[in-house]
Design a protein around this ligand. Sequence first.
Ligand SMILES: O=C(O)C1=C[C@@H](OP(=O)(O)O)[C@@H](O)[C@H](O)C1
Ligand SMILES: C=C(OP(=O)(O)O)C(=O)O
Length: 456
Amino acid sequence: MQISRYSAPEFDPYGDNRQTDTDAGWRAPVAPGPLAAVLSLPGSKSLTNRELVLAALADGSSTLRAPLWSRDSELMIEGLRALGTRFERREGHGGFGDDLVVTPADELLGSTTIDCGLAGTVMRFLPPVAALALGPTTFDGDEGARRRPMGGSIEALRALGVDLDDDGRGALPFTVHGTGRVAGGEVAIDASASSQFVSGLLLSAPRFERGLDLRHTGERLPSLPHIEMTIAALAARGVEVEQPERGRWRVAPGTIRAIDVDIEPDLSNAAPFLVAALVAGGSVTITGWPSETTQVGAQLAELLPLFGARVERAESRLTVHAPEPGADGGRGIRGVDLDLSEAGELVPNLVALAALADGPSTFTGIGHIRHHETDRLAALAAELNGLGGRVTELDDGLRVEPAPLHGGPWRAYADHRMATSGAIVGLAVPGVVVDDIDSTSKTLPQFTQLWGKLLA
Ligand SMILES: O=C(O)C1=C[C@@H](OP(=O)(O)O)[C@@H](O)[C@H](O)C1
Ligand SMILES: C=C(OP(=O)(O)O)C(=O)O
């Protein structure tokens, strides 16, 4: 059975209510008035792509219930399939597509090429798996993917005894010459450019002959919650990750258990919808909000009140209410001063919100997001300033000062979160046109339909 690439699921629960496309792109709809939306969202990218890798390395078949179906997860599926993993779609009941049964290969086989697209999880999680496969595996991706740092993965694999050909830039493309076994053992890397170097090694580590003793040598380690998510996903499959000190992880060789897992909704993809409540007024509710989670998007419940929102939890729903209007009758969005080193993937949407605030904001601790889908600090400054904003790049962040915005083009840079940030600004500013709204298919192919439902 073939799994289509980059596709929205066959079943569209909200019907086709896309906004009109113009030649220049997608005209972001202005909010018609205060919102009263209740939305469900598809599965988490980060959870889905971890579970796909672990399921492929496990000791039997695993079922992923309500996984994400998007470009990033489909690239992960295709990559694992190329190495011999088997997949079977089963009818799901979550409303966003099928469940997925994953059966590990009897023997992982290389002699293949893996397209990473622009997915950090694919380019950092699969090379260690390819090292466990017999035969060469070449990794490449989109043009933008060749600019994303890969040095941490490349150097670590070499230090663990893996033969690898690259052009010395510490980036895609490269070839992993898998021999069916990885010696493993001690390794030190600088993961300050991406936590995914650490997560990728940890996910495969139980299959290394001597396991893994990994140390981070850099000064900063971004996105710690994502490493905690990796550790929790391993623990659920019977693998303990010891942390003898900060920035060090030990994994003993052993079995990764096959289990069935429910994938939580993507809480980082909840950000544009929840932020919309502050911009448009009214309230937005997301259903299926987990009571406990390792997803960094859960921090929205604490972050959005700093901007003036009121957040309410009731059973499995999270509701964000708009702030009280300001003295001038404006939106009442407050400026913030935030270190977002843990939550880099929330930055674009929160910066879009800050651009509509009454006071200035400073975001720090996020130099690493220059290495995300695009240089997000440069991209946010360029696009907001292009609409009249006053955004200044800092070494490790952004300063956003209030300024009246006007309509105009908004470039997405193939970055799903830049695209959704343009949609946020467009709620308040007529005439914002996002050049590539389809970039949202990276993690949320239903974005425009859900945005239509938000505003209906
Ligand atoms: O492991 C993961 O699933 C992710 C880790 C983070 O990467 P960085 O540490 O490179 O920021 C995050 O920003 C990305 O969206 C997803
Ligand atoms: C940084 C992100 O993606 P990736 O998994 O490609 O690193 C993101 O989704 O914000």
